[in-house]
Design a protein around this ligand. Structure first.
Ligand code: SF4
Length: 301
């Protein structure tokens, strides 16, 4: 642990704070986090915590999700400008228009959305439970937002329902190409190919497994395979290697980086703890409505 990491750990104790970090954060932040996980895992953990302050190292929608589920806590996002371009591809107004265009359809929104979007959704989902959630909604028509690739994956796996998929996408996962896949397979023909459902459709069709980051961790531990080609943001590869030192992990093609996830530095974490900024604030009415969509998701899985 370097000096700054030690200072953060001390300050965290003094302030009685907890640091939650997403799997895509830089290694130095992963090392000092109390908990690591995907966005839903972090939000669920936050509910069980006794500490007054939660520092969320990730992007804004994740901090908002934590706040929605734990409104009584102070939730801090170290870098206010750390957003998610995919979450910004859909607004509350877009959802209202979609509802008018498809009467009777339920809105299923991926957790990568703003609190305002969640508040006008019927139910939320994550990349690990999207198929199950859509199977369980009590209607045959679904407006799925905002990721077109996850939407396609859901459509393929829930053939009995009509899916109206929004055409948003993740800039990072869209970068994985078929050429990347072919070249990686040539280099490591025996490796298992595990990709995130935000990747392009042609990648999802050819991968051995399509999984969320928590699914990837589980698969890597259980599999008899010792080599894996991973199609997700490079921060995840650091965690996979650390938790499975006897196995090999490489990126599908060149490592892909989410600039927003990498905006948070150790300095930012230190200053955010010191100044208790940036405090996430959400209208209580929005919190109430968005929490219903999140609670409904939990009841469906
Ligand atoms: S990896 Fe993609 S979905 Fe995740 S925060 Fe970055 S841009 Fe958003």
């Amino acid at each position: 642990m370097d000096n700054l990491q030690k200072k953060i750990v001390e300050l965290k104790k003094e302030k009685k704070a907890v640091i939650l970090a997403h799997n895509y954060q830089i290694p130095q932040i992963q090392e000092i986090a109390d908990f690591l996980g995907d966005s839903l895992e972090l939000a669920r953990i936050s509910r069980k915590l006794k500490e007054r302050i939660i520092v969320l190292c990730g992007v804004r929608f994740m901090a908002e999700t934590v706040k929605i589920l734990s409104p009584e806590k102070k939730v801090i996002l170290p870098v206010m400008g750390a957003g998610c371009p995919m979450a910004d591809m859909i607004t509350r107004e877009d959802i209202l228009k979609e509802k008018t265009a498809h009467p009777g359809a339920w809105v299923v929104s991926y957790v990568n959305t703003s609190a305002e979007v969640k508040a006008v959704s019927d139910v939320c989902c994550t990349s690990s439970n999207a198929v199950k959630v859509v199977e369980n909604v009590p209607v045959d028509k679904v407006i799925f937002v905002p990721d077109k690739n996850l939407g396609w994956w859901v459509e393929k796996n829930v053939p009995g329902k009509k899916i109206f998929s929004w055409q948003g996408y993740c800039l990072v996962h869209e970068e994985f190409s078929l050429k990347d896949l072919e070249e990686s397979k040539k280099l490591y023909p025996e490796a298992e190919v595990i990709v995130h459902p935000e990747c392009r459709r042609e990648i999802l069709e050819r991968a051995d497994y399509v999984m969320s980051t928590s699914g990837m961790l589980k698969r890597a531990k259980e599999s008899k395979s010792t080599k894996f080609i991973i199609g997700t943001e490079e921060g995840m590869i650091y965690r996979l290697k650390k938790e499975n030192p006897a196995k090999e992990f490489c990126s599908l093609g060149t490592p892909k980086v989410c600039v927003n996830m990498k905006k948070t530095t150790l300095q930012d974490v230190y200053h955010s703890l010191e100044s208790e900024k940036y405090n996430i604030e959400i209208d209580p009415v929005v919190i109430e409505k968005a929490s219903l969509a999140l609670e409904r998701m939990v009841s469906y899985i």
